[in-house]
Design a binder for this molecule. Sequence first.
Ligand code: GDP
Ligand code: MG
Length: 418
Amino acid sequence: MGLFSKIKNMFKGYDEDENNIPEKEIEEVDSEKEVEEIEPSEKTVEEEDNQDISEEELEEDEESDNISEEDIDDEQNEEDSELEVVEEGPKKKSGLFGIGSRKEKKIEEEKKSVKVYEKGLSRSREGFVSKLANLTNKYKKITDEYFDELEEILIMADIGVNTVMEFMDRLRERVKKENITDPSVLKEIIVDELFIIYVNDEVLSNKIQYREEGPTIVLFIGVNGVGKTTTIAKLANKMIDEGKKVLMVGADTFRAGAVEQLREWSVKVGAGFYGKEESDPASVVYDGIELAKKEDYDVVLIDTAGRLQNKVNLMKELEKINKVIDGLVDGGASETLLVIDATTGQNGISQAKAFQEITNITGIVLTKLDGTAKGGIVLAIKESVGIPVKYIGLGETKDDLQVFDIEKYIYGLFKDMM
Ligand SMILES: Nc1nc2c(ncn2[C@@H]2O[C@H](COP(=O)(O)OP(=O)(O)O)[C@@H](O)[C@H]2O)c(=O)[nH]1
Ligand SMILES: [Mg+2]
């Protein structure tokens, strides 16, 4: 069975098949038929309102875990605005409630995560994937024109010219070898081949490598405005939810307001904070890690300034920061995550190459995938820099960060074709 069919089966029912929705949800969301836009596992919640929710309120909330009329109205009114997909988890400390089995909860979390992918990738889906689907409808036979058009669609999706060329060669070869004439058969092969570009014989590790003892240090790099600070907040939120004690360190001391922006996020997500404006980034990092050691933090997330214009200076600064970390924590930073804005397309790839020249990167966070039709950039990154995408940003709220999962990603992109 090809990957296309595998993924199709994997997420079968995540969308509309009611049989696969846990009983609890079927009972409570009985109006699902009438309000098809409302997805059972999603809720629109005002972030602020729920910050200081009491345990009692939480329990009540849990018991009546349904979508109220109000929520539905809200959601419809907010068609154009940001839809916040708020998982149940972040609001509540895990282990407080005995509802459902762990497995059930896990399934629900998975479903929510798939929804975030679906929602976040809708632009790409409507752009490049719907073009792919049209192509299949347009051509009854696989012709040279078909290939030309396919090639153009893939290039427009920012998959990267080289990747597309190799991909097209492989596809043509398969068509010839397997004697494929029907475009609808080929569409499955296209998905499979795109997946192969990403996997490429590698074991994909997208998990943060936590240290067994002492704080795990994660350094964030990337040019201004790509979403570093927001990503730190999102990741802190995720880790706190998993029970970790997280310290955010604001070492972007260059840009006015950057440290304060991080501090504000730390309050919102409930992380510790250390930062000092207008000081030497490396000394802020030093003090921050000392604090983390003293106060037993599990994770330190470090925000840096990304002035790529001055490569030599940036390289020196990162070297200095890394030296400080090496001196304080055995083995140094566990991760150096490069943040890239997906909407910048090939420019993002150039940034990745430039940063790769000046420091060691362990993973990429691809932000703003919700704001672009160029979802293909994930594949281009893999091909051109060979660094795994570990997280993707699919919105502006603290809940809009997902561990990168190629299967959910492909489903999010191609579900309309499946
Ligand atoms: N739509 C969308 N916006 C994002 C995402 N990540 C960050 N942003 C926005 O991008 C802008 C710059 O983010 P910021 O974290 O300040 O970037 P930094 O300069 O790299 O620290 C802010 O307005 C964020 O809300 C994302 O995944 N999706
Ligand atoms: Mg910032």
